[in-house]
Design a protein around this ligand. Sequence first.
Ligand code: NDP
Length: 339
Amino acid sequence: TRVLVTGANGYIAMWVVDNLLEQGYTVRGVVRSLEKGKRLQELFSSYGDRLELFVVEDMTKESAFDEAVTDVDAIEHMASPVTLSAVDPDEYIKPALQGTLGILESALKFGNKLKRIVITSSAAAIYSTVTVPTRTFDETEWADEAIKVVRDIGKDAPPLVKYRASKTLAEKAAWEFYNKHKTIIQWDLVVLNPPLVIGPTLQKVRSPKDINVSLGYFYGMMTQDKSDEELKATYNFVDVRDVAAAHVAVLKDGKAAGERIILSNGASTWQDTRNFIYSLRPDLYTSGILPRGNLELDNTVSYKYNPEKGKKILGLKYISEEKMIIDLLEDFQARGWLA
Ligand code: NDP
């Protein structure tokens, strides 16, 4: 079984490729240049020709994926701009939207063996401003609000809102495309929606500033001094290894067809995560390596994502928060980033 993975050199995708190879799949990994695929080749050299790299320099060009989708049984479309530094909304939206529509168009024309397309969307395509205490989001909701804000104020919208708009527009376009062509295609669509993804990285990164955005954000929230406002904020998390496992489980499951599935392992405030790390590794605080934050804060979470659908359909089991944090700290420590 051959699986096409776009953005194969990314933080989450490298774990997806790892899981796929381990479970006997053949992987065609799409990267923007062979240079970007070097780490993949190094890490997975023992799998020989079960990992094949495929260069698509610019996925926003028409027909960019025509050749890539030929002879694959499944597609995991993961390439999308994950950044908080671009100013122009188009830098987020254009590649997200055109990349998604592009791969669907190519699949329609050249997906001769294709059975399933999995798109890595995000909880960012679900979230909207929280106005009630501990609101729980589920798969029926959409981040339309982000689209509206970007339409109204363009480049002045906060980076996270532009990112949310890009993921929402791309996912909506995918469902629209799928529903329009459903009766004439032999493949189906599944969308996965994780919140903040953290956990050990397989990428070759020299310093914390080179890590991907989600892990880098977590690292910053743990290692830097932050205001009470920032520490009180809620985030929802999931271990990158669980996200990867879900990307493989979803290829095996008939019931997932046409479903949008949240992948979430819990919610916390940043201060509460500091408190949790303190309970596991007090040494990191007594030695002054990590800042303790403010112990007086109210750590009630303001929102959660309901993961029950994924547990039911895909039988997902999540790594414990404790293991996730311990493994992550070990990874940071091994890299010399907690000193
Ligand atoms: P990374 O930044 O590590 O990986 C992103 C991948 O997408 C890279 O391979 C990157 O290629 C590629 N990419 C980015 N922009 C473009 C573009 N314009 N054209 C072609 N390829 C591009 O991110 P993650 O691993 O964190 O994210 C992977 C996917 O998961 C994304 O779709 C993201 O939205 C989604 N996601 C991530 C979450 C998280 O917390 N990390 C949460 C929810 C969803 P290159 O290296 O060449 O730039």
